[in-house]
Design a protein. Structure first.
Length: 365
């Protein structure tokens, strides 16, 4: 890597010479060139002087400052900037040490690796790194780089020092008018949202990749080969209609836990049909009323199938009915007579026994 800034870190009375390297690489992202659609030729950007209309080579291009509301442009040279009375021109001056949570991510800008510049810088470099890690703090300071002074944050990262350029507080816009007002969140919805957060698990950086860049590369390869590009897969983007926010959260939790319910995004619609139990009761009665005719029809069909007999079977059944009734009556009469006789004998026997037990009374003639 090529160093983009050489300076030092001022830590109290300790000075640490450092070299600065860019910590990020944006060259891997997708970038397009502008072309003339008529013939496909690239469109060039020429730097033209507004005064004489001639193209200006890069070696003749310098810096200038135009005050706000003024058309005058004041030329500024690198020598002018180097003589500015700024202690941060070549030094990152540490102002304080704070907790990492005190830095709003909105302020984070570009990131740089800091390396010790020379053997003498190794020991104080390691001391500052170990102190930041042990104390769990980050350092806040100011540094002038690339023609401007920036806030900077130093932190320990994988055995090295990382400097994050920070935006000034007045560069952060207010969030007034962005957030909705008077929105109430139910406790059930909040619990489901937290459950969904826990169900998604931890993030594996190894699984992160640029799908857009891959799709563009496949598109370019298909065009070079003269084949049709692959159709986009929209199976995971079709939104399933759900009744309310709670249902959407429940479905998302099931999907995150691998319990089904779809992996597509769920669109939320306002809750209109959900009411009290009293409001739901008529709907159940209607459903019961609709089911009743189906049961009656089934019974009627079964009955008609059973009663479809031939004429001969009905005649035989009618002839045998009187005989069966007579036999039943005869058997019933015999059983009744026998029962009466047995009852009479039992009664007489019990009367005789009771009389014999009482000597003062005569038995009736």
């Amino acid at each position: 890597m090529r160093s983009i800034w050489n300076g030092s870190i001022s830590f109290g009375l300790v000075t640490i010479p450092v070299k600065t390297y860019s910590a990020t690489d944006r060259t891997s992202s997708v970038s397009f060139v502008r072309i003339h659609e008529k013939d496909g030729a690239p469109v060039q950007y020429r730097k033209v002087c507004e005064l004489d209309g001639e193209e200006v080579p890069n070696e003749e291009i310098g810096k200038g400052y135009q005050p706000p509301g003024d058309e005058t442009v004041v030329p500024i040279t690198d020598d002018d900037l180097s003589r500015l009375p700024l202690p941060t021109a070549k030094t990152l001056a540490i102002l304080s040490f704070v907790d990492p949570g005190e830095i709003d991510p909105l302020q984070l800008d570009k990131s740089y690796y800091l390396a010790p510049n020379g053997a003498a810088a190794a020991k104080p470099y390691a001391l500052l790194r170990e102190a930041l890690e042990h104390h769990r703090k980050v350092a806040i300071g100011k540094v002038a780089m690339r023609g401007r002074e920036n806030l900077a944050m130093l932190r320990a990262y994988e055995g090295a020092l990382v400097m994050h350029a920070l935006l000034w507080p007045d560069q952060i816009r207010s969030a007034d008018g962005v957030a909705p007002e008077d929105v109430k969140v139910r406790e059930t919805e909040l619990t489901l949202a937290e459950t969904l957060m826990d169900s998604l698990g931890e993030l594996d950086p190894a699984e992160l990749h640029d799908d857009y860049r891959q799709a563009v590369e496949e598109l370019v390869a298909a065009k070079l080969e003269g084949t049709a590009p692959a159709a986009p897969d929209t199976s995971g983007t079709a939104g399933a209609q759900v009744i309310d926010l709670t249902a959407a959260l429940e479905k998302s939790v099931r999907a995150a836990r691998g319990g089904g319910g779809g992996t597509g995004s769920a669109s939320v619609t306002p809750l209109r049909a959900r009411g009290t139990a009293a409001e739901k009761a008529p709907a159940k009665k209607k459903a019961t009323a609709r089911k009743a005719p189906a049961k009656t029809a089934g019974k009627s069909a079964a009955k008609s199938g059973t009663t479809q007999r031939t004429a001969r079977e009905r005649t035989a059944a009618k002839k045998s009915a009187p005989a069966k009734r007579s036999a039943k009556q005869t058997a019933s009469t015999g059983r009744t007579s026998t029962a009466k006789a047995a009852t009479s004998g039992t009664a007489a026997e019990s009367t005789t026994k009771s009389t014999a037990k009482k000597p003062g009374r005569k038995a009736p003639a």
